[in-house]
Design a binder for this molecule. Structure first.
Ligand SMILES: [Zn+2]
Ligand SMILES: [Zn+2]
Length: 266
């Protein structure tokens, strides 16, 4: 049963999303997940997990992304399903409300931690355009317009997607001509929002375009770090997700120094 959309507050939408058990928490510095993208890493010849996954370890993503911060994990039919319906199904456009509320709450709690961890304040936030745009509107820009006041300055329409390309073709690689960014990002520190991070190729290709247009720093953020159940190294983590309810007090860049700063500010 969906809540009455007109009367819900941001906090109530987040509570509703939590009750759907589709937003398992991420944990900072967890053994067995990549220190860059928080995806699961395989076990190496020494019998321990690699600290970074293949795509992050060989330098590809770190050449264009200073960091990546997922709000939670996502699996098929979980958060991914909600995002898909919010994006593609007119009758479920209301799902933008809980998703916007989730992002708003996360940024209010952790934007400063992310800025502290990755070199300072962001000048602007921009969205990764999706393959499917309805009426010329990027669905993430539409989602952001559901809430009036954000702790970051979102700028719409900065990135343009040059063509639709099946995700499989860009798996784990940067496609240098997939996106174009306008010059408004020149000299700017950018927070880059996508809905999910699966192979990372889309976000990394968007980050590449932002740097081409002169952005000095790009940090990615996504609602969900998508986990693929067909990947052997993901199975253990996926099996633990039901015991990991959304925890919006913790973020992947939280560490003890962040907590000290928090108390000093308080
Ligand atoms: Zn990685
Ligand atoms: Zn934090």
């Amino acid at each position: 049963m969906r809540p009455s959309r007109a009367t819900r507050t941001i906090g109530q939408w987040v509570a509703w999303l939590k009750s759907q058990n589709c937003t398992p928490s991420v944990t900072p510095a967890e053994v067995g997940v990549c220190s860059m993208c928080l995806g699961p890493t395989p076990i190496g010849p020494q019998g321990t997990h690699y600290a970074r996954c293949f795509a992050c370890n060989n330098g590809r993503y770190s050449t264009v992304l200073d960091g990546f911060v997922p709000i939670c994990y996502s699996v098929n039919e979980g958060l991914e399903g909600a995002i898909w319906r919010a994006k593609n199904d007119d009758l479920n456009g209301w799902l933008q409300l809980p998703l916007a509320s989730l992002l708003w709450t996360f940024l209010n709690n952790h934007l400063e931690c992310i800025e502290n961890a990755y070199g300072g304040k962001f000048d602007i936030g921009v969205t990764v355009p999706s393959s499917k745009e309805r009426n010329g509107v990027n669905h993430l820009d539409a989602l952001l317009s559901r809430i009036e006041k954000w702790p970051i300055n979102w700028k719409q329409g900065v990135l343009v997607k040059n063509r639709n390309e099946p995700a499989a073709e860009r798996r784990q690689r940067i496609v240098t001509d997939l996106f174009t960014a306008d010059q408004s990002v020149n000299g700017k520190r950018v927070l880059l929002l996508d809905d999910t991070f699966t192979s990372g190729g889309s976000m990394a290709s968007a980050a590449y375009a932002l740097h081409e247009a002169g952005a000095t720093s790009v940090v990615g953020i996504a609602f969900g770090r998508q986990l693929n159940a067909s990947r052997e190294e993901a199975r253990e983590l996926i099996s633990e997700l039901p015991q990991r309810p959304l925890d919006l007090d913790t973020c992947p860049v939280h560490d003890l120094s962040d907590i000290d700063l928090f108390f000093m500010r308080g």
